[in-house]
Design a protein around this ligand. Structure first.
Ligand code: HEM
Length: 422
C-alpha cells in the first residue's frame, strides 16, 4: 500500500489548524488548541492548508511538543528538507527559489551552508558588531527626533525593519538606495497570506514578482562585484566555489532571497514583540536596566521565545517511521510548530508569561539543534542587544498602543504598533 492511499483514508483531527480562520486568532488563543494537541498522545493528522498552487497533498502531521520537535530536527536522514519545508502546499522548485539551502539535505546542504560561514569569521563579526552598534545609535536618534516632532510613531511599520535591513545590507553590500525596495519585497513575501498584501487570486503572481525583485537584486549585485570586487559577502560569494564550480546567477539569486528573508523580517518581528512586552512589564524592564550588560543575553533569548517570529517549518519522512508512537509513512509531511514548542508547559514554567529572568531557556525560536538550526542567531542576538540598549536607556518612558497583527500561518508578525512618550 502506498503512503497516499493510507493517508487518503486517515481521518483528520477534530481540531482544524489548517483553516485560515484559525490563523486569524491571536497567538495566545491559538495556543489553547496547540495545548490540547500537546497533551494528547502521538501526533495529529490535518488537512492540507488552502493553497494557491495545484497539488495532490493529502495532509500533514503536526509536531507540537518540544521534545518531538527536537527529535525530528536532529534526524535529517529520516526527516528531510529537500522535499519542501513549507506547510502550505507549494511546488518544490518555488520553495528552492525562496529558501535555497534551507530546502536541501546534507551533503549538498553542508556545502552551501559553509558559504555563509564566510560572513562570520571573527574579523567580520567584529566589523559587523561595530556597524550594528552605530546603526542602533542612528536609528534611535531618528526615532527620538520623530517622537519629539510627531508625538506618536509607528514602531513596527517604520522602525523595527531598520536594524535588520541595515545589517544584512551592510553585510551583503546592498547600496543604501536599494534597501527599502528589498525590505518591501521581503515583507510582502513573508506576509503573502495576509489579505492586505494581496488577494488569494493575486497571490501566486505576487509571490513570483517579489521573488523576482529579490533574486534580480542579488544577480545585479553579483555582476557588479565580479567587475569591481569589494570587502563584502557578495564579493566572497561570487568568488566562492562549491563542488568545483562558481555559483550560477540563479543560485546567487536564491541566496539573496534566503538572506534577505531569513535575516530581515524575523529580527524585525522579534524587536516589535519584545518592545511591547517590556513596556507592558516595567518591572522586567527595570530589572534588565539594573545590570544591562550582564542580563541582556538571557533576556534576548526570552525575546525570541516570546515572539517566535517563525511559526513553523516542515520536513518529509524519507522512509516509514515513527514519532511519539505514531506511524508515519514514507513521503508524508511533518510540520514542526515552533510556536507550540515554545509554549510547552513540560519545558517552560508559566509558558504564557514573558520572563526575561527565565533560565535555562531552551526555546526553539531559532529552530531546534540539527543541520538547519539558524545560521544567523548570533547576528540576530547582537542586533537585538544593541538596539534594546539604545531604546531602553534613551527612551525609558515609552508607551505602546494597540498592535495590528499579520494574518499568517508562517510569520508571527506585527504590521503596525504605535508608540509614544509618556
Ligand atoms: C530573531 C531572528 C531569527 C529567527 C527567529 C530565526 C529563525 C530561524 C529558523 C526557525 C530557522 C529554521 C531552522 C530549521 O529549519 O530547522 C532558521 C534558519 C536560518 N536562518 Fe534564521 N532566524 C533569525 C535570524 C536570522 C538572521 C539575522 C539571519 C541572517 C544571516 C538568519 C539566517 C538563517 C539561515 C541562513 C537559515 C537556514 C539554515 C539552514 O538551512 O542551514 N536568521 N532561522
Amino acid at each position: 500500500m502506498t503512503a497516499g492511499t493510507t493517508a487518503s483514508r486517515r481521518p483528520y483531527h477534530r481540531l482544524d489548524i489548517s483553516a485560515p480562520e484559525f490563523w486569524k486568532n491571536d497567538f495566545r488563543t491559538r495556543d489553547e488548541t496547540f495545548a490540547v494537541l500537546r497533551a494528547e498522545e502521538g501526533l495529529s493528522w490535518h488537512a492540507p492548508t488552502p493553497s494557491i498552487f495545484p497539488h495532490a497533498e493529502t495532509g500533514f502531521w503536526a509536531v507540537t511538543r518540544h521534545s518531538d520537535i527536537q527529535y525530528v530536527s536532529r534526524n535529517h536522514e529520516l526527516f528531510c528538507s529537500s522535499q519542501g519545508v513549507s506547510m502550505d502546499p507549494m511546488p518544490a522548485e518555488i520553495q528552492r527559489a525562496m529558501t535555497f539551502f534551507l530546502a536541501m539535505d546534507p551533503p549538498e546542504h553542508t556545502r552551501y551552508r559553509r558559504l555563509i560561514n564566510m560572513a562570520f569569521t571573527p574579523r567580520q563579526i567584529r566589523m559587523i558588531e561595530n556597524q550594528i552598534r552605530a546603526s542602533a545609535r542612528d536609528i534611535v536618534d531618528e526615532l527620538v527626533e520623530d517622537l519629539e516632532t510627531n508625538g506618536t510613531v509607528d514602531f513596527a511599520a517604520e522602525y523595527a525593519r531598520k536594524m535588520p535591513m541595515r545589517t544584512i545590507s551592510d553585510m551583503i553590500g546592498v547600496a543604501p538606495e536599494d534597501r527599502e525596495k528589498i525590505a518591501d519585497a521581503v515583507e510582502s513575501l513573508f506576509g503573502a497570506s495576509d489579505d492586505e498584501y494581496s488577494s488569494l487570486e493575486e497571490r501566486a503572481p505576487h509571490l513570483m514578482t517579489q521573488l523576482g525583485i529579490l533574486a534580480g537584486a542579488g544577480i545585479d549585485l553579483a555582476r557588479a562585484r565580479r567587475e569591481d570586487p569589494r570587502d563584502d559577502l557578495m564579493t566572497n560569494i561570487v568568488n566562492a566555489e562549491v563542488d568545483g564550480h562558481r555559483l550560477s546567477d540563479e543560485e546567487i539569486g536564491a541566496f539573496m532571497v534566503l538572506l534577505g528573508s531569513a535575516g530581515n523580517d524575523t529580527t524585525k518581528q522579534a524587536s516589535s514583540h519584545a518592545l511591547a512586552a517590556l513596556v507592558a512589564n516595567p518591572d522586567q524592564r527595570d530589572w534588565l536596566l539594573d545590570d544591562f550588560d550582564a542580563r541582556i543575553d538571557g533576556a534576548v533569548e526570552e525575546f525570541v521565545r516570546w515572539s517566535t517570529p517563525v511559526i513553523h517549518f516542515a520536513r518529509h519522512a524519507t522512509e516509514d517511521t515513527e514519532v511519539a508512537g505514531t506511524k508515519i509513512d514514507a513521503g508524508e509531511k511533518i510540520v514542526l510548530f515552533y510556536c507550540s514548542g515554545n509554549r510547552d508547559e513540560s519545558v517552560f514554567a508559566r509558558p504564557h508569561q514573558f520572563d526575561v529572568t527565565r533560565t535555562p531557556n531552551p526555546h526553539v525560536g531559532f529552530g531546534a539543534p540539527g543541520p538547519h538550526a539558524c545560521l544567523g542567531r548570533q547576528l540576530a542576538k547582537m542586533e537585538l542587544r544593541h538596539l534594546f540598549h539604545e531604546l531602553l536607556t534613551r527612551l525609558p518612558d515609552l508607551t505602546v498602543g494597540e498592535a495590528d497583527h499579520v494574518h499568517s500561518d508562517f510569520v508571527h508578525g506585527i504590521k503596525r504598533m504605535p508608540i509614544g512618550l509618556r
